[in-house]
Design a protein around this ligand. Sequence first.
Ligand code: ADP
Ligand code: MG
Length: 347
Amino acid sequence: MTDRHAIQVLDPRLANQISAGEVVERPASVIKELVENAIDAGSRRIELELEAGGARLIKVRDDGSGIGEGDLPLALARHATSKITSLDDLEGVASLGFRGEALASISAVSRLELTSNVTDDPREGWRVVAEGRRMEPRVTPAPHPRGTSVIVRDLFFNTPARRKFLRTEKTEFGHVEESFRRLALSRFDIGWTLRHNQKTLHQLRPGDDGASRERRIGALLGNKFLENALHLDIEASGLRLWGWVGLPTHSRAQADQQYFFVNGRVVRDRLVAHAVRQAYRDVLFHGRHPVFVLYLELDPSVVDVNVHPTKHEVRFRDGRLVHDFLFSSLHRALGEVRPNSDAAGAD
Ligand code: ADP
Ligand code: MG
């Protein structure tokens, strides 16, 4: 027998490339991960710039807390995170990220450059560069204002099978815009810019008051949405639901204007979908879909966000309670416009 083993532990960069499949599907998923990091860093302004639908270039720049010189190489390492240190932390996690996978995954399938500064002196700042499986661990000085810029070039350049799955520039950018819409709707208090092929498509000023929020909804979903939506804000048993629900007369053939946030995280959930469907049941024609932008706020410890790597799914500790609260809140809001029913919506 030789001491050559058939089983080997994967080289870490290769392991990253493989697991990148879970979180990096297309430019839109890169946007989601990078912007979530910017939000977690407490940014007030986030700027996005893309070329060729994001396949050639994705740049996300923020004014958040930044990453220190010594932490820069760690930021790209797998399972390296500053957001949790214990299972207990995970129980009540309030940050969008916590798995320490995104930067490792993205840098394994692109040419990535991370520049950051934790000080107020714009001449300070440091940069680390990774290119596919090769990583340049050297951290070099690079001027940058307080905050972080991540540049992702040539997504999937080293994984041709995945690159083949990218659609046309127009389709990919459509997904990017959808990601952007969700993110910008998740935080009214952050200012946003979206540029594509040198053109500015969105410039959203920050503002958390009613008028600013509606201005943003109008900019992202169109004024028609607003003109045909009811505003609601209901609180009961530790749960709060607020946002806008479309009038039954403003329904759509597709479920393409439905945004549901749980503690600031966009979520697609069957329990939520069911509660909404029930509430609209007797006011919508069969096959039509309501429009809504809804925010559910609840104690982070009663909802598990660690269900899937993309964190698009959640699990509520008391699903029944959440379902009934959603249903009754929406039913009550729609009661005002429901024919043959009084405003109390009793039935
Ligand atoms: P996670 O977000 O799950 O912690 P990531 O791979 O997305 O994992 O990021 C790794 C770490 O890099 C984060 O925990 C954070 O400390 C740091 N980081 C990444 N992006 C930024 C940013 N824009 N601003 C400040 N720190 C960042
Ligand atoms: Mg992250």
